[in-house]
Write a protein that binds this ligand. Structure first.
Ligand code: FAD
Length: 493
């Protein structure tokens, strides 16, 4: 097949025809132009946490670096973060805690439930130590250390010392300063649109739109690294890939999925697209958001039929998995919304009882009626739950008894009045992306082999997270794979 024809079929045209996803019209890769407007050695798309890490690392490895950033300043969703999860890291060691690559791999591999590539999980744990040492040296950050259980403490290889706390805003700012000091350049208000490829399918540059809408063809002598983040705000992509929608993003920046679409346009393989790191939003009757106290000892979480569906004391990624589910008979998502039901003691402690627009009932039946929950089912649920909790057991969801449970001992819901608040899942950030190998090279969907000249890191890539979001895992991964992408892209001559 002629290459030009293949690109037409394999790029934007094919995807549009699938009815799944409409790419912006130019995301399909195109053959390189006769002339470049700008040329560099390593070209990085996106200046968030992963992009800054890759850029500084590539500079350190003697490459000329140019970063394209769509926004005024960069930083991306990374600016909100405050911790990195890294197995076997120097901060643990400095605080007298043991860990090893083997234990880190054993734990993380189990949490992925086989939805990550083994080679990538290994690369993550094998490079955590060196990555954190090097990046702490580079940024001069002094991270906080605290004892914090891995989210699945009963899994083999789990530890309580892998979370490293620092301001990711400071991390980004200091890398930005390093990049400038090392001669790396950043073009802000410049949005990358598609990749350029050579006749062998190797990536050789990017077409971008400059600050005034001008067309810019930028050549990359060594490689392009895609670090444009995830797709937490691309509603069309979420509809294609998530199990439930809508699941809005908690933030109003980034997450457009551009880098994924660009990679797809060049034939890249995707992985783990249905998983995301969840957050939850409570919604009062006047539509205002209120932190939903679903894990409070005096609260339970129920669906609209009044049934519990998850251990409320579990970590937030596990609670997030409870929201998957479609009720075919009723033709609706079963847990959108769900309800937090809480007694007066819990509502007073969390401030919910002081909200005017809260649903309140003198007994469970009245509360259920007012909430639109099945009253007899909710009464049965609360009676059964109270009985079990008083006996110190929860045969339904193991609250307070499963090894993964955290939080205070659960209490029965007894003191009227009772309150309810709707709760909806939200996206902190997506976890799937372009499939990479252990060197952060993007893999071709047809051949499974690396696409020459194309790397990805951060949430633009599917890194070492699979089924389950380990808190801090996104920043840990963007550091490790941002650095690996920077090293390997710079080495490519
Ligand atoms: C409130 C909140 C708290 C969080 N806390 C944590 C935490 O403590 N630990 C943790 O591990 N994770 C946390 N996360 C998730 C984590 O912050 C992100 O998953 C991670 O920082 C993403 O990094 P990134 O570099 O891949 O993307 P981003 O930081 O989003 O960077 C992507 C950059 O690419 C730019 N860009 C996009 N498209 C283009 C284009 N076409 N051309 C040019 N530039 C483009 C964007 O403008 C952006 O600057 C949190 C998320 C939120 C919302």
């Amino acid at each position: 097949m002629q290459r030009r024809h293949f690109l037409k079929m394999g790029g934007a045209g094919w995807l549009a025809g699938s009815g799944l996803l409409r790419l912006h019209p130019e995301a399909g890769a195109q053959e390189a132009p006769a002339r470049w407007d700008v040329v560099t050695e390593v070209l990085i798309v996106g200046f968030g946490g992963a992009g800054a890490t890759a850029a500084v690392t590539a500079c350190k490895h003697d490459a000329e670096v140019l970063v394209l950033e769509e926004s005024d300043r960069g930083g991306g969703i990374t600016m909100y973060a405050g911790a990195a999860w890294l197995p076997h890291n120097p901060v643990q060691e400095a605080n007298g805690y043991n860990d090893s690559v083997e234990e880190g791999f054993e734990y993380l591999w189990k949490t992925t439930r086989g939805q990550a590539r083994e080679e990538v999980v290994r690369a993550f744990v094998e490079n955590s130590y060196e990555t954190l040492s090097e990046l702490l040296d580079e940024t001069g950050l002094q991270p906080g250390f605290g004892v914090w259980d891995d989210f699945q403490p009963s899994y083999p290889g789990a530890k309580n010392s892998r979370l490293v706390r620092f301001s990711c805003r400071d991390y980004f700012r200091r890398l930005h300063e390093s990049l400038e000091a090392r001669g790396g350049r950043v073009m802000t208000r410049t949005r990358a649109r598609h990749l350029y490829t050579d006749p062998n399918g190797g990536v050789v540059g990017v077409r971008a739109e400059g600050a005034n809408g001008e067309n810019l063809n930028i050549g990359a002598g060594r490689a392009v690294i895609l670090c444009a983040g995830g797709f937490s705000r691309n509603e069309e992509m979420k509809r294609s890939f998530f199990r439930i929608v809508p699941v809005p993003s908690v933030v109003s920046t980034g997450g457009q999925g551009d880098g994924l679409l660009m990679g797809m346009g060049a034939g890249a393989m995707l992985g783990n697209m249905k998983e995301y790191a969840p957050e939850f939003e409570g919604q009062l009757e006047d539509g205002r958001a209120f932190r939903a106290p679903y894990s409070h000892p005096h609260a339970i979480l129920v669906d609209r039929l009044g049934r519990r569906f998850i251990n409320e004391s579990e970590d937030y990624p596990t609670v997030g998995t409870g929201f998957y589910g479609f009720d075919g008979a009723r033709d609706e998502y079963r847990y959108l919304p769900a309800f937090v039901v809480i007694d007066s003691e819990g509502a007073d402690q969390t401030g919910l009882s002081r909200q005017e627009a809260v649903i309140k009932g003198d007994d469970i039946k009245e509360l259920a009626d007012r909430s639109g929950i099945d009253p007899s089912r909710l009464s049965e649920t609360v009676d059964r739950y109270n009985r079990n909790i008083k006996e110190g057991r929860d045969p339904d969801f193991l609250r307070g008894v499963s090894k993964g449970s955290r939080g205070e001992e659960p209490e029965p819901l007894e003191g009227p009045p009772f309150y309810s608040i709707r709760i909806y899942p939200r996206v902190l950030d997506t976890m799937g992306g372009l499939e990479i190998n252990g060197k952060a090279q993007v893999l071709n969907a047809a051949s499974g082999k690396p696409i020459p000249g194309l790397y990805a890191a951060g949430n633009n890539a599917h890194q070492a997270l699979g089924f389950y979001y380990q808190g801090g895992g996104s920043v840990g991964n963007l550091m490790v794979f941002g650095r690996l992408a920077g090293i390997n892209a710079a080495k490519r001559v």
